[in-house]
Each structure stands twice: as structure tokens, then as C-alpha cells.
Design a protein around this ligand. Structure first.
Ligand SMILES: Nc1ncnc2c1ncn2[C@@H]1O[C@H](COP(=O)(O)OP(=O)(O)O)[C@@H](O)[C@H]1O
Ligand SMILES: [Mg+2]
Length: 609
């Protein structure tokens, strides 16, 4: 079986009871659908008064003669009716049977779809959930290579395509083959010769149809890739509207988008038109078969007289009935090919191994006792090293500050200590234990993180803060807001801390956002704080206030503080001056000023501001 289909079908296992119910209903569907066709035979015979009259009730002679028995029994009943009640009433009787059979056929048809719906949507739900967990699990580095929009298109449109193509095949997988088998069985009963004739056409049609289905996967890949591209563009546009408008770049973005949708237009035309071929081609091939049957069957009826008119019409109807499932199957085979491309894109995410996964024997670490030690690490994001043979120690209870030009590797240190990335050489240890040997969850429980760009969610202030500690009380939240000097502005808002702050907190000023992300870390109350330019967006007045708050917060804590404003780190126990990923100077504020080196120069430059 198809590789990707098999993998996706594994997600159907929890829903197998629906599959079983579906199969049962489909058996009845196929049965009644064949019977309803056969029931037309006596109707034709009655209409043309062609029923073989049977006046003696037939006797049961065992299973081998069952066909004879039932045909005779039916004809006997009809004959009796015709004699006793006349042809009109007999016709009414047969028509009633036909109506009941069609009713049952459609009832079971609906019921089978009813059950498979739960399976289809269940698989859809589970695949999406699995993808989302994976998206949360994958390391930050995964996304610097992938566009966000591409990931979004995979979890939305690709999953939907998988559902529409692969899983719609599930509707047919039992029903159509069964319908074909039942129909063929009856056809064999009616006329072996004609059936063999029909069979000659099937392999020829199959070959033509599969030939047309070539390249469908490649085409579909292109289409889906393009969806990813324009969703990425859309995502960036929404995020960067201010810049686009401010720089009058609407036209160029518009062009980029239209180029992408034009490519989509072309790829998708070529794909859909190929796909559109499936149905008409298979119907035409089917009608060729029927035409052959008509000519050959007509010969059997009129010239050889080995077939009665009713059976011939019944046979034709059955042969036509095969046509619909055959058409459905060939369409499904195209669907599977389309689904393949989408499934590949979905599975690519699900099956990506996280490069920063926990070791099987990763340890829990609940306490921080001694020191954080960064030992001779080197690190590169891409080809060139941004940190070279870098070592520092941060003893418990001390504050170490990192300063230096932008691009010197300060944030990278924060990324490595929190294990968003793994070092290439050297090691980072906490109390002597390599952070690679700890679970990421317990490592990050020890740390509070305030990032350079305040990351807030479209939620209330309270819910944004609660990420630090989910079960905190309102009082604790207010306390944290007070420490971060944010309560002052929060309490003035119309809904206080229940005010929604908009997309990425855009209803707030930069300084307000930064104070909220500090409050979030305060509420978490971890032993180690990692502050990456936490005060860069504050004005001097609030900076002074937050500075006091941070100092209070850092008092009994171990902190790595990355500072843009040097005034904020004068009291640090140790200041590391970084230059191009290496340590240029290190010491206390006074020592470094006395040294009259790079640090002194940086301080002097900032005094002018
Ligand atoms: N995700 C990334 N992918 C590739 N290079 C990066 C990435 N992030 C940062 N860099 C590079 O690493 C270097 C150090 O960056 P960073 O640690 O952010 O500096 P800063 O000291 O300003 O915080 C820079 O040269 C930057 O271009
Ligand atoms: Mg930085």
C-alpha cells in the first residue's frame, strides 16, 4: 500500500470501531444496491409479459440450486399474482419491492457515511493536535530555517487536503469494490459470456487512467508549496504593516503577492485540469464497454436467443452500476496521489526529530545550589562561530552582567543557558551537571527569562502574567505587577488587569510591555534570572523605578543580566565586556573604569546621551 497513506491510516486505529460499522453498513449497501437492480428484471418481464410462468410451487433442492429455486419461487409468486389479481396489481407489487430496496440501499449508504465521518474528522483532529504539539516541541532553530506561513499552511490546508483526499478514499475503499463484486457475481449468473466480454475492457481502462494520473504528486507539491509562500507573505505583511505603509512599500508587496498567486494559478490550473480528466475519461471508457455489451448482448438476445430481454436489461443496468464505482475508484486513485504531497508535508513536521530532545535518562533538577559554569564554549548559528572558547562562572547569589556592542553575542549566551540552542563545543553546567543531561522542563523551571523584545499574547494582562505561574492568585499577580512597577499603569486601565492588550500587546507602549514581561518573570519566582536588555525600552524615569525593582528581585537570586544601558549594571558582581564573541575585559565597575579600556569608552559614550 501507499507509503504515506499507510502512515496517515495509523491515526485511524483509535477509531476502528467506526470503520467496522462502516464496513457492515457498506456490505448491506452493496447488497441492496445490487438487489434493487435485479428487481428491475421481473418488472421488465411483467411489462412485456415475458415472465416464465411457473404454476407449481418449487421445492428446495439444496444450496447449489438455490439460484434456480429463488428465481422459480419469485416467478411462481408473480404468476399467482398475475392470475389472481391481474397485471396492474402485480406491477404495483414489484414496484413496491423496488422502492423498499432503494430505500434500504440509501439508508445503509447514509449510515456508512455517518460512521466514517467520525473516523475522518477524528483523524483530522488527531493529526492537527500531533502537529501542534510537535510545533511546540521543535527547537527555535527549526523556525529560523522555515517560514512561519509555511508551517501554518501545513497545519491548515495540507491537513485539510489529507482529509479530503486520503480520508475520502476511506468512504470508497469498502463500498465500491463490494458493489463491483456483488454486481459481477450477479452478472455471471445472468450471462458468463457477456461478463467475460466486460472484463476484457477493465485492464485497458485501468492502464489509460493510471497513465493520466502520472506526475500528480509533483504538481500537487508545487501547489502546496506556493500556498506556504503566500501565507508567509501574508503573515509578514500583517506583522509589518507599519513599515510597509510608512515606507510606501505597498506596491512592491502587492507585486510579490501577485507573483505568488499567479504561480499558484498556473500550478493549480495544470493540477486541477489533470485531475478533472479522471471522471470523464473513465466514464467514456465505461460507455465504450457498455456499447460493446449492447452490441454483443443484442446478438445473444435477438439472434442466438440465449438471453431473455429482462435479464439483458438487468445486465446492462448492473454493468452501468459497475461504472459508477469504477469512476469513483479512478478518481480516488488521483485523490491519493494529491493527498501524497500534502501528507508528505504534514508528516515532515510530525516526524522531524527535535535536535534538542531530552535524553532518555535526563535528570530532574529541582534546586540550584552552587554555580552556573560556562566552560570553553564555541557556538555557531550557521557557518561562522559567534562565540569562541568562551568561559564564565556565575556563582549562586551573584549578578553577572554582559555588555558589548550589538552583535557581540550577548543574547546568544542567554539562548544557550536556557538551551534554546545547544553549544557546538565546550559545556554549560549547573552545580556541575551538564544542562544537556537535565530535562529541558526542569532546567527552564529554574530560570526566569525576560527577552529583548517583549513577547506578549493577545490576551488579558492577567493571563499574560499567569504564564509565569498558572495557579497564582490575583493578589500574587498584583504583587508581581507592583514589583515590576507596572501596577501603576495597569490599575488605570478601564478593566484593570483584565484588559486585553491586543495582538502582541500592541495596545501598550514599549515600556509598558517590557514591565509586563518583567512582572511575568517575577511571578514565576525562579532562583536564576536571565534578563536580556530588560530595561532597554523604558524611559529614564521608569527605568530608575524598574531598576530598583529588579535589584530587589535579584537580591537573593542569581542573575545573568545583559545590559544595553551601562548605568543599570554598575552594582553587578562582575561585568563581562564582550567583543565579537570573546571576552575583552572583565571585572567590577570600578576596576574596569580604572583600567581605562573598552568599558570606560562605552561608559563615556553613554554619558553623552
Ligand atoms: N538565529 C540566528 N541565525 C543566524 N545568526 C544569528 C542568529 N541570531 C543571531 N545571529 C548572529 O549571531 C551574532 C550574535 O548575535 P547576538 O547574540 O544576538 O548579539 P547581541 O550581542 O547583540 O545580543 C550576530 O552576528 C548575529 O548576526
Ligand atoms: Mg541581543
Amino acid at each position: 500500500m501507499n507509503y504515506y497513506l499507510k502512515k496517515i491510516l495509523a491515526y485511524a486505529i483509535p477509531y476502528k470501531r467506526y470503520a467496522i460499522l462502516n464496513i457492515i453498513c457498506n456490505i448491506f449497501y452493496a447488497l441492496f444496491s445490487t438487489l434493487s437492480m435485479i428487481a428491475l428484471i421481473p418488472m421488465v418481464n411483467v411489462l412485456f409479459d415475458d415472465t416464465k410462468k411457473i404454476f407449481i410451487k418449487p421445492t428446495w433442492n439444496g444450496i447449489i440450486h438455490s439460484k434456480d429455486y429463488f428465481v422459480k419461487l419469485f416467478n411462481y409468486t408473480i404468476t399467482q399474482k398475475q392470475i389472481n389479481e391481474g397485471p396492474e396489481s402485480t406491477l404495483f407489487f414489484i414496484v413496491s419491492i423496488i422502492i423498499v430496496l432503494f430505500l434500504l440501499k440509501n439508508f445503509f449508504g447514509y449510515l456508512s457515511l455517518f460512521y466514517i465521518t467520525f473516523l475522518r474528522n477524528g483523524v483530522l483532529k488527531d493529526v492537527r493536535n500531533k502537529m501542534y504539539s510537535k510545533i511546540l516541541d521543535l527547537p527555535i532553530s527549526f523556525y529560523s530555517e522555515k517560514r512561519k506561513g509555511d508551517t501554518i499552511s501545513r497545519i491548515t490546508t495540507d491537513v485539510a487536503i489529507v482529509q479530503n483526499s486520503f480520508l475520502s478514499v476511506l468512504e470508497l475503499i469498502v463500498r465500491e469494490p463490494l458493489t463491483i463484486i456483488f454486481a459481477i457475481t450477479v452478472m455471471l449468473f445472468l450471462s458468463v459470456k457477456l461478463t467475460i466480454f466486460v472484463f476484457l475492457f477493465i485492464p485497458i481502462s485501468g492502464f489509460i487512467i493510471s497513465f493520466l494520473g502520472k506526475n500528480l504528486k509533483k504538481k500537487s507539491h508545487k501547489v502546496q508549496g506556493e500556498v506556504g509562500i503566500f501565507l508567509s507573505l501574508l503573515e509578514e505583511t500583517l506583522g509589518g504593516l507599519k513599515v510597509i505603509k510608512g515606507f510606501n512599500a505597498e506596491a512592491s508587496f502587492n507585486n510579490k503577492f501577485q507573483e505568488s498567486t499567479s504561480r499558484y494559478f498556473n500550478f493549480s490550473n495544470s493540477l486541477l485540469n489533470r485531475q478533472n480528466l479522471a471522471s470523464p475519461v473513465s466514464e467514456f471508457l465505461g460507455i465504450l464497454t457498455i456499447a460493446g455489451v449492447l452490441l454483443y448482448g443484442g446478438n445473444l438476445v435477438f439472434i442466438q436467443k440465449t438471453l431473455d430481454g429482462g435479464s439483458f436489461i438487468g445486465f446492462m443496468l448492473l454493468a452501468y452500476q459497475i461504472l459508477t464505482p469504477a469512476k469513483a475508484i479512478s478518481k480516488a486513485s488521483y485523490s491519493v496521489k494529491l493527498g501524497n504531497a500534502a501528507a508528505e508535508r504534514v508528516l515532515e513536521i510530525i516526524e522531524t526529530e527535535s535536535s534538542i530532545a531530552d535524553n532518555i535518562d535526563a535528570k530532574l533538577k529541582t534546586q540550584f545550589n552552587n554555580e552556573i559554569s560556562i566552560n570553553n564554549i564555541s557556538f555557531k548559528y550557521e557557518d561562522h562561530y559567534v562565540l569562541k572558547d568562551f568561559s564564565i562562572k556565575v556563582p549562586k547569589g551573584k549578578t553577572v552582567a554582559l555588555v558589548g556592542q550589538s552583535g557581540s553575542g550577548k543574547s546568544t549566551i542567554a539562548n544557550l543557558v536556557t538551551r534554546f540552542y545547544d553549544v557546538n563545543k565546550g559545556s554549560i553546567t549547573i552545580d556541575g551537571e551538564n544542562i544537556k543531561d537535565l530535562t529541558k522542563h526542569s532546567l527552564r523551571s529554574l530560570m526566569g527569562l525576560v527577552t529583548q523584545d517583549s513577547i506578549l499574547f493577545n490576551e488579558t494582562i492577567k493571563n499574560n502574567i499567569l504564564i509565569g505561574k498558572e495557579d497564582a492568585t490575583d493578589e500574587e499577580v498584583i504583587e508581581a505587577l507592583k514589583i515590576a512597577n507596572a501596577w501603576e499603569f495597569v490599575k488605570e486601565l478601564p478593566n484593570g488587569m483584565n484588559t486585553n492588550i491586543g495582538d502582541s500587546g500592541n495596545k501598550l507602549s514599549g515600556g509598558q510591555k517590557q514591565r509586563l514581561s518583567i512582572a511575568r518573570a517575577v511571578l514565576k519566582n525562579p532562583p536564576i534570572m536571565v534578563l536580556d536588555e530588560a530595561t532597554s525600552a523604558l524611559d529614564t524615569e521608569s527605568e530608575r523605578l524598574v531598576q530598583i525593582a529588579l535589584e530587589n528581585m535579584m537580591k537573593n537570586r542569581t542573575s545573568i543580566v545583559i545590559a544595553h544601558r551601562l548605568s543599570t549594571i554598575q552594582n553587578a558582581d562582575e561585568i563581562i565586556v564582550m567583543q565579537k564573541g570573546e571576552i575583552a575585559e572583565q571585572g567590577k565597575h570600578d576596576e574596569l573604569i580604572a583600567k581605562d579600556g573598552i568599558y570606560k569608552k562605552l561608559v563615556d559614550m553613554q554619558s553623552f546621551e
